[in-house]
Design a protein around this ligand. Structure first.
Ligand SMILES: Cc1cc2nc3c(=O)[nH]c(=O)nc-3n(C[C@H](O)[C@H](O)[C@H](O)COP(=O)(O)OP(=O)(O)OC[C@H]3O[C@@H](n4cnc5c(N)ncnc54)[C@H](O)[C@@H]3O)c2cc1C
Length: 406
């Protein structure tokens, strides 16, 4: 049947396009519905800085031609301190990356329909059997996957995603030339991805400079409008206003010029995940809160959730077709074990981190400079004992604020 597929995927972001790649490679008949027109794709959805690491590139066979710049270190900055960790990374050309995923999926046999805005699932006898798009168009399948990012029209309709406004992180970024990456008052940011904890520029969040070659860099900020934001925010200053404030006051931007037409804007939710599947349906990528709560690394998480969904679909469609909620819940298990293990612990770390003051950030960075690489990796993994070693009695006030907010 021409309009019947094994799997329909809504959204051609990293999650949806990767899921289609995996499914097509396994020989499934898969179609991706993307709201944007192909000629402009991706425009509205060109939303990411694209900072990632070798593990993502290798696991998903991402070619070097979508890399804008290879970096060598990650720098953490606070108002008066910095910490440098040697760690090779990649700043992707996000547009080229998205286009690659689509083309590679097509080469493997996936079908794409652009200009196709998905708006609701087709449900028969409690089972999801397809989707409606562009008001009156329909497409049918054994399994439906929502990969539309925070828009989540299908997951919301099916009451799977419970993305809450209070957990909504917003971000904005521009590409600049003329950035002083070797300013004597700061860490050398040549070939670095730098994240800055400073409530003056990103209250309740962080700002960043990612080197993209020569004197160019991606410069952005993001935050959640949480208690820390309310405590440090300047009345009426928007997210654009905060970025402008940073650009106006940090000497590294004194001679920086914005490269036209390069604006990235987007959002994600930082909250505990709930259920992610039901009969014949899964939600992947930013449609469920996959993004790493601490540093906002979303690409690798979304790609991993796509693979977990493809594995689940493969399992449910092999031999006797069984797409019951129980069988689909294998995806939830894989997500919790492999995509975002210890997510709740990382959420707690995030909330505590963004509640701390600027002075406390300086102290944290000084302490990070004294510990070994292994300990640092344990802390990043959410090891309670190592995290506790970084705490002081005066941190009880943050714990108190945390419990009040939780
Ligand atoms: C400012 C910013 C900077 C970031 N920087 C980084 C970074 O440096 N490193 C990193 O790892 N992560 C980063 N992230 C996070 C990362 O970009 C996301 O986690 C990732 O893009 C999510 O992928 P996704 O496929 O789930 O969703 P999306 O990328 O949101 O893709 C969803 C797709 O669905 C389409 N769509 C939406 N609604 C519909 C509909 N109704 N019907 C059909 N199609 C629809 C959209 O057009 C889009 O193509 C950043 C995010 C932001 C906002």
């Amino acid at each position: 049947m021409p309009n019947r597929y094994d799997v329909v995927v809504a959204g051609a972001g990293p999650a949806g396009a990767q899921c289609a790649r995996d499914l097509a490679k396994r020989g499934y008949k898969v179609v991706v519905l993307e709201t944007e027109a192909e000629a402009e794709f991706p425009s509205q959805s060109n939303k990411s800085t694209g900072g990632t690491f070798a593990s993502m590139m290798t696991s998903f066979g991402i070619p070097n031609d979508v890399v804008m710049h290879a970096t060598e270190s990650v720098v953490l900055e606070s108002p008066n301190e910095h910490f440098i960790q040697d760690q090779p990374g990649f700043v992707l050309d996000f547009e080229a990356f998205k286009k690659f995923l689509v083309e590679d999926g097509r080469d493997k046999g996936a079908e794409y329909r652009f200009d196709a805005r998905v708006h609701e699932p087709i449900v028969e006898d409690g089972d999801v059997v397809g989707v409606r798009y562009n008001s009156d168009q329909e497409v049918y399948s054994e399994i439906v996957i929502d990969a539309t990012g925070p828009a989540a029209p299908l997951a919301k309709d099916l009451k799977i995603a419970n993305l809450e406004r209070k957990n909504h992180a917003i971000g904005i970024e521009y590409l600049f030339e003329g950035v002083d990456l070797t300013h004597p008052d700061f860490a050398n940011l040549t070939d670095a991805m730098m994240l800055r904890l400073d409530h003056e520029y990103a209250p309740g969040g962080y700002s960043w400079i990612f080197h993209t070659g020569d004197d160019t860099a991606k410069v952005g900020i993001c935050y959640i409008q949480n208690e820390s934001y309310r405590e440090h925010a300047t009345h009426n200053r928007t997210v654009d206003g905060y970025l402008e404030h940073w650009l106006d006051t940090d000497p590294r931007f004194e001679n920086a010029r914005r490269i036209a037409d390069n604006q990235v804007r987007g959002s994600a939710h930082v909250q505990p995940p709930g259920s992610m599947s039901t009969d014949s349906f899964m939600a992947i990528g930013d449609t469920v809160p996959s993004v790493d709560p601490v540093w906002g690394e979303g690409i690798y998480k979304c790609m991993k959730s796509a693979r977990a969904a493809a594995m689940t679909a493969d399992r449910c469609l092999t031999k006797k077709i069984d797409t019951s909620a129980e069988e689909m819940s294998v995806y939830d298990d894989l997500w919790n074990e492999q995509v975002a293990p210890r997510q709740n612990r990382r959420l707690m770390m995030t909330r505590l981190l963004y509640l701390a003051s600027n002075k406390r950030y300086d102290r944290l960075i000084r302490d990070l400079n004294k510990i070994s690489r292994d300990t640092l990796s344990d802390i990043n993994e959410g090891n309670k004992r190592e995290i506790a070693k970084l705490l002081y009695p005066s941190d009880l006030s943050y714990l108190w604020k945390y419990w009040r907010e939780a």
